[in-house]
Ligand binder design. Structure first.
Ligand code: S3P
Length: 193
């Protein structure tokens, strides 16, 4: 079967036709806790493609956690690592790239991402985000601000940048992973026709 016109089975028994999906990368962006890693893992299994998690790759290369990078070298250093990674990924194809929550905030990053694939923005309400991240200790921006008010404020500040970057927007509130992925695949396939 031509990989440009294949059927993908989904957990809920349905299947969707994927056209030209493999000619580009899929870049998942969005605020912390919007489900990028979860959606990425599901897509990788459903589509049999390779995954890049930018946070994990930066941690691997640096041999230390993101919290440690922020603490020792500052946020600006981490942001340079993110941009450098996007430059390196320019020539790669057929990847699901799960991006750190700040990746889409810089114009240069968005330019690089647009050149290499489709940018899919995942969204969720601040209350949902809080529930998903409240027990995590490895997000330095939230470590001393773990509450709905702070999340809502930062999300509001970032929203215009996220919306400007997005080719496709998918709401994740109260939905199954399989349902979200089915919508995502349909929209990506539709946008690459
Ligand atoms: C950040 C999000 C984090 C990580 C870093 C900064 C952000 O990734 O890159 O802590 O600025 O939103 P996740 O969105 O995967 O938590």
């Amino acid at each position: 079967m031509d990989t440009n016109d294949m059927m993908v089975n989904t957990d809920n028994g349905g299947n969707v036709r994927v056209q030209s999906l493999f000619s580009c990368n899929i870049l998942l962006v969005g605020f912390m806790g919007t489900g990028k890693s979860t959606i990425s893992s599901y897509l990788v299994k459903a589509l049999g493609v390779e995954e890049i998690d930018t946070d994990r790759l930066i941690e691997q290369r640096e041999g230390r956690s993101i919290a440690n990078i922020f603490e020792t070298d500052g946020e600006a250093y981490f942001r340079r690592c993110e941009t450098q990674l996007l430059v390196e990924l320019q020539k790669r194809k057929n990847l699901i790239i799960s991006c750190g929550g700040g990746m889409a905030l810089q114009d240069e990053n968005v330019r690089l991402m647009k050149e290499t694939g489709k940018i899919v923005l995942l969204t969720a309400r601040p209350e949902t985000i809080y529930e998903r991240v409240k027990d995590s200790r490895d997000r330095p921006l939230l470590n001393h601000n773990m509450n709905v008010e702070f999340i809502a404020g930062l999300l509001e500040k970032r929203r215009p940048k996220y919306l400007k970057a997005a080719d496709i927007i998918i709401d994740t509130d109260g939905r199954d992973v399989s349902d979200i992925c089915e919508e995502l695949i349909e929209k990506v396939a539709g946008s690459t026709k």
